[in-house]
Design a protein around this ligand. Structure first.
Ligand SMILES: NC(=O)c1ccc[n+]([C@@H]2O[C@H](COP(=O)([O-])OP(=O)(O)OC[C@H]3O[C@@H](n4cnc5c(N)ncnc54)[C@H](O)[C@@H]3O)[C@@H](O)[C@H]2O)c1
Length: 214
């Protein structure tokens, strides 16, 4: 595979995880080869959109033969950085932090949760599965000395920026932020703000769209 030198648009980047998931389902169902037309039908995209997207990375199919599903999923996984593993911490060991820690799938996918952090003395010292909840005061030192690459923020929004700042000061380069506020980060740090409520509000808009007078 030869990647094109132009910067890939965020719209394409945002579709890659979806390709990865659909191809995984096809593998699960023993489908070995698929045309861009068939894949497009499954994913709600046009065949030409699929070819355009994959061409950003040099293209993978052979005209007339379609895509080798296993190879394509492997390549997309590698483009997504899923062939590596990542050390992570969760900050905020409340409802959401614990739910994420309890999801075993992340470990299988290479996201290694090393520790959780909280301010609540009743939580500090507990474990969620085998993950220890540590004192927030130890966050900076811990991430610096344990090669933590991803910080997962699950604290109330008032505290998310200060948590992010501590992570960044101690060399964390990627933040997955669940607090409902946009956290600012310097250019050398990447962030994904996960707006669960916004997705829910989109759903309610769609439910009520017909009754809008616009
Ligand atoms: N639970 C959900 O389904 C959900 C959905 C969408 C968004 N969120 C957002 O995720 C965040 C967490 O939600 P939750 O439901 O888990 O809340 P929660 O109150 O159950 O947990 C928050 C935890 O953060 C800890 N905390 C507070 N300040 C801290 C700090 N400075 N450093 C370290 N820990 C600190 C608290 O002690 C608590 O244990 C919130 O910002 C919330 O708005 C949650």
């Amino acid at each position: 595979m030869q990647r094109n030198s132009i910067k890939v648009s965020m719209a394409v980047v945002r579709r890659l995880p979806k390709y990865y998931r659909y191809l995984g389902d096809l593998i699960h169902n023993d489908v070995m080869r698929i045309s861009s037309k068939e894949l497009g039908k499954l994913m709600g995209l046009t065949a030409s959109q699929i070819r355009q997207d994959l061409n950003c990375f040099g293209g993978f199919g052979q005209q007339g033969y379609g895509y080798n599903v296993i190879e394509l999923q492997k390549e997309i996984g590698s483009i997504l950085g899923l062939s590596k593993s990542y050390n992570c911490v969760i900050v905020g060991a409340g409802n959401l932090g614990q739910a994420i820690a309890n999801y075993e799938g992340f470990k299988r996918e290479g996201f290694i949760l090393k520790a959780m952090f909280d301010v609540n003395p009743r939580l500090i010292g507990n474990t969620i599965r085998d993950i220890k909840i540590l004192d927030i005061l130890d966050l900076g030192e811990y991430v610096k000395s344990n090669d933590i690459q991803i910080g997962i923020i699950c604290v109330p929004k008032e505290h998310s920026q200060s948590v992010a700042d501590t992570l960044i000061e101690n060399n964390v380069k990627a933040i997955w932020n669940f607090a409902p506020t946009d956290v600012s980060v310097p250019d050398n740090v990447v962030i994904e703000n996960v707006a669960i409520s916004e997705s829910l509000y989109t759903l309610t808009y769609l439910m009520n769209e017909d009754s809008l007078n616009i």
